[in-house]
Design a protein around this ligand. Sequence first.
Ligand code: GDP
Ligand code: MN
Length: 379
Amino acid sequence: MNLHEYQARDLLRAQGIAMPDGGVASTPEEAEAIARRLGGTVVVKAQVHAGGRGKAGGVKLAKGAAEAKEHASRILGMQIKGLPVSRVLVVPAAEIASESYVGLIMDRETQRPVYMVSAAGGVDIEEVAAKTPEKITRLPVDPVYGLLPHQALGLAFTLYQDMAQVRAAARIIQQLWQVFTANGASLAEINPLVTTPAGEVLALDAKVVIDDNELDRRPDLAALRDESAEEPSEVAARRANLTFIKLDGNVGCVVNGAGLAMATMDLVKYYGGDPANFLDIGGSSNPEKVVNALRIITRDPNVKAILFNIFGGITRTDDVANGIVTATRQFDVGVPIVIRLTGTNEQEAVRILNAARMTALNDMDEAVEKVVALAREAA
Ligand code: GDP
Ligand code: MN
């Protein structure tokens, strides 16, 4: 689950990381009032679940309250990477001497949290990683021991020479470990971590992503979810208990099991198509889930054909067939459906589909080739 910057800031501050006091506004007038209260130069920052807000014009310095109001009214009408901005954060502006990057992510390769630290911060860290990876120091951390003090210092030395700044950065790096572990985060990052001309070290931007598996035991974190800032189809899928991720292709996929869903997407690519989504209807697929899945997928105008790939084990293929038939009676799916199913209650499933004048395939390659061709014809 993505958090907004203003929410992430609270988690950082709770672990003692100093961040300037500010306020969140949803109207230009509110932004103006916050800027007046803060006094001096402020930064008005779009609150959306997207990086690169600065480059998109979503981060603006304002000399006073009137200018803050102007910036806020422009930013509040913006879309950044397709996401509408409904709130801005207003914080006192810091003077910047240098910008660094400090991030902590859960890394599958090393199976550990990994620090990524770079003196080349502020800009797109993805670009630094792609073009000049040697500028990023990586440090996997043993989750049992946590980040040891000498490791934090070692990372801080890659950023600064001044001993006071090294110590300040080491402290923030250590506190970021607490942010990460105390909140079940899969990512916690500060970009930029700045030095001021006076020599202070300050975190100016915070990003935290919470592992969804943490949310059941942490209602306080779950309450931070902002559904208005999320992909509507993913919100609907979560409510329907489906694991769904929207993608950019045109072949809708309904699959049971995450592994088969991944394999299906690979095969769609292999045959020259492009999946419109990842969707796992899970083990016990009652017909209702299938209906919900079809509703969510067909809402995407990019979808030109839909593939069902069901391997019946615990999942009963006749349940899935019933779901497909029910869905097509309830609403107009509007695009061709290719059904491949095999396994538990397969004969019953085929009978149900045939009775509704639909057919099922048995072979996965054949089904994928067919759905890719149908999507291409319609595109
Ligand atoms: P992002 O682009 O979404 O990561 O948003 P950031 O909060 O990181 O802001 C982008 C850039 O705006 C930073 O790298 C800074 O260069 C600049 N910026 C942000 N806050 C301040 C500030 O308080 N003072 C100054 N001078 N620049 C800032
Ligand atoms: Mn940033």
